[in-house]
Design a protein around this ligand. Sequence first.
Ligand SMILES: O=P(O)(O)OC[C@H]1O[C@](O)(COP(=O)(O)O)[C@@H](O)[C@@H]1O
Ligand SMILES: [Mg+2]
Ligand SMILES: [Mg+2]
Length: 331
Amino acid sequence: MTNEQLALPVGITLDRFIMRNQEAFPFASGELSQLLRDIALAGKIINREINRAGLSDITGQLGSQNVQGETQQKLDVIADIRFIRALKNGGEVCAIISEEATEVILTGNNHAKYIVAIDPLDGSSNIDTNVSIGTIFSVYRRRSEIGTEPTEEDFLQRGNKQVASGYLLYGSSTILVYTTGKGVNGFTYDYSLGEFFLSHPQIQISQDGEIYSCNEGYKSDFSDAVQHYLEECKQKRFSSRYIGSLVADFHRNLLKGGIYMYPATRKTPNGKLRLLYECFPLAFIIEQAGGKASDGKQRILDIFPTDLHQRSAFYVGSGKMVDTVENYINN
Ligand SMILES: O=P(O)(O)OC[C@H]1O[C@](O)(COP(=O)(O)O)[C@@H](O)[C@@H]1O
Ligand SMILES: [Mg+2]
Ligand SMILES: [Mg+2]
């Protein structure tokens, strides 16, 4: 055994990976790198709180409602506070929108050029039952002039204007997956070292898959087209998998191939999921991984949002499966 083999490498840390990517772009100023580090830091803190949730009084409902009319879980609000604080203190973000806040959150960093849209805790209905949950984020350059106070207008940009997006998945292991438009990479959290390490380089989704994921409890509320597509999935003996946490269902399909669908229903005629901090960020990831994301009629990333908390039908995953459901819907 060589001496080198005595001390096997532990891998590439997130920090080093970010630095290497920054060095690859001489004009990169390091602000986006710092922003990604701030998100990773808040993710570590939330992860620790989630791991201890059953031992500390942070499970259950807070009783207040968010702008969507959903009852907020304590962890929804704790995660919201942690990410906003990390991004404020990091200094690279001038404004934030969050699922848990009605209005634009001004950080006071008016000199900063980035804005962030965030779903601080995704899969809220699964928090208290130890099922995988996550955080979803999206980063844009502001539209308003640096030095001025950002407004709602800064956030009303098409999804194809994102400069970065990603998610954290707090599951059997904790993983951070993100893109800055140069492919998709995943980093697994090593608790013992307190570091994220590159574990899933350059993720690509298979063009076709045999997993479909949607809440079939609402099937009778889906359009005939979607019901026909579900029938086809069953005839083809595809596996039905639905965790009920978008991040977890998305991540499984990203690695295994498959399609996640949250169609419009009578209860949610515009779909349930939010364009700016659920659909756009995951659509950017899936396209960078070779897959597709649609609202049934058009590419999600081409949609021009008119409202901060706008909802959309969402079909995302292996390209051929998204094409098939789109064909059903449009023919
Ligand atoms: O219970 P339903 O209607 O199937 O909805 C589940 C979906 O709603 C969500 O919980 C919405 O996200 P939040 O938990 O962030 O509100 C998704 O994670 C999940 O895919
Ligand atoms: Mg969500
Ligand atoms: Mg949420």
